[in-house]
Design a protein around this ligand. Structure first.
Ligand code: EPZ
Length: 416
């Protein structure tokens, strides 16, 4: 709990080193439930979602030790029930279903929570498990899935869901026979989980394409692994440079994972330089407006939508951003308008009229990426802003205030 105090209108410059991806680290942690022995994960971000997932794993009997980006897991004994309160606080905990079903033949999980950005049903996950021979019972707010041994299946997703792709991949690693996932999600985090599971002895190919094939094996071991860099954390810092008229570099990234964002920034007039493991941006004299729609990878990432809307407030003219992944991801726009931004959200798009001078205000973050957008707005605003609800930002950004301070911002955390 607490809030951020931000003194805006300071030009950010410098270099920032990017952590491993939240949305991969969390899935690798649960994928370890399928194995035996001990794992070392490197490049794990120190964020509260990782702590929450560590709590879920501990409740399942896993020994977890986390320090300085290194996470050690010992999965020799996995048993028990997923803790309802932790599962309800984080959407990614639904990913324990696949591994536990495969390992224990039964899993009971409370309907997961997470950021308030849309309805987020689980039908694609559950239909996939059923096709693999599981029975699913819904008891109030709890799902109970059972399958003495899952069997392979040819599964076509109606939508390339990231979580469902990961869940079915994990479940299929130890199923009898071959599983094919068609219309699979293609995000870089899917390739990470394939490489991790293959390191444990699984036989998976095709991640990064729409068709993933998994040959079931009878047991999996352990592996050491380094988490893929967080393309969303990287994108957020690139925008922090641009919204303050600055310039700087994100280090330790896979530039190709940032392509949809970098294309947009170039179209806005920003200077973009791509190195082997780093990307630099330089602010133009003025930013151009844009039109973009979010979509599954390699489309424009929905997890950068609120942040680019914040940037659009500083572009000269009308920008239009269409949200095509989630159905309620504009909650933050009301807060941005308190800074003076001219934003009109409708059901699926946001129209931003720029460039508007922003002025400090008291803001409340309601979700992770919306919170990041408020931080960007506050960095660009004249005077002081307060951002409450920082627990949402802490879920996915490691020590954001310190990293921004190192780049020349004036941000402090006040603990209630
Ligand atoms: C992952 O969520 C990420 N979360 C999200 O990141 C990210 O926004 C999202 O993928 C899309 O890239 C984690 O990895 C922990 P989906 P996930 O299943 O797996 C619908 C962040 O800010 N759908 O691809 O939940 C769903 O409602 C977060 O870091 C169904 O209809 O995303 C949504 O509209 C937030 N039925 C769309 O698909 C299902 O069974 C995409 O969801 C599953 C999904």
């Amino acid at each position: 709990m607490g809030k951020f105090l931000v003194e805006g209108r300071r030009t950010l410059c410098g270099r920032v080193s990017i952590n491993g991806a939240k949305n991969s680290a969390l899935k690798l942690m649960v994928a370890a439930l399928l194995g035996q022995g001990s794992f070392k994960l490197k490049n794990v971000p120190s964020i509260t979602d990782v702590e929450t997932m560590a709590g879920v794993l501990r409740a399942l009997g896993v020994h977890v030790h986390f320090a300085s980006g290194h996470l050690q897991l010992d999965v020799s004994s996995v048993q028990g029930q997923t803790p309802e309160a932790l599962v309800k606080s984080m959407r990614a905990s639904v990913q324990v279903m696949g591994p536990l079903l495969a390992r224990l033949g039964r899993v009971e999980v409370a309907r997961p929570g997470g950021c308030n950005i849309g309805s987020r049903p689980l039908d694609i996950h559950l239909a996939g498990f059923e096709q693999m021979g599981a029975t699913i019972e819904v008891r109030g707010d709890t799902f109970v899935a059972r399958a003495p041994r899952l069997h392979g299946a040819d599964i076509t997703f109606r939508y390339p869901s990231v979580g469902a792709t990961e869940n079915i991949m994990m479940a299929a690693t130890m199923a009898k026979g071959e599983t094919i996932i068609r219309n699979a999600a293609r995000e870089p985090e899917i390739i990470d989980i394939q490489d991790f599971l293959n390191g444990m002895g699984a036989k998976i190919k095709g991640a990064g394409t729409p068709v993933i094939t998994i040959q079931g094996v009878t047991e999996l071991g352990a592996t050491d692994f380094s988490v893929v860099p967080d393309r969303i954390e990287a994108g957020t810092y690139l925008l922090a440079f641009l919204i303050t008229g600055g310039s700087g570099t994100v280090e330790g990234v896979v530039p190709e994972h940032l392509t949809p964002l970098l294309d947009l920034l170039e179209s806005m007039g920003a200077g973009v330089e791509i190195g082997e493991r780093e990307v630099s941006v330089v602010s133009p004299a003025h930013l151009e407006p844009f039109k973009v729609a979010t979509g599954p990878y390699p489309g424009f990432p929905t997890d950068m939508q609120p942040q680019v809307v914040a940037l659009a407030t500083q572009a000269r003219g009308r920008s239009v951003l269409t949200e095509a992944v989630f159905d309620r991801r504009f909650g933050y726009t009301l807060e941005l308008s308190k800074l003076g931004a001219r934003i009109r959200p409708n059901t699926s798009a946001v129209i931003v009229e720029g460039a508007t001078p922003l002025y400090g205000a008291n803001l409340v973050a309601g979700d992770l990426r919306g919170g990041a957008a408020l931080m960007l707005g506050a960095l660009a605003a004249e005077g002081q802003s307060t951002i409450c609800g920082v627990e949402h930002i802490d879920r996915g950004y490691e020590a954001m205030e310190k990293r921004l301070e190192d780049l020349g911002a004036k941000v402090s955390r006040v603990v209630d």
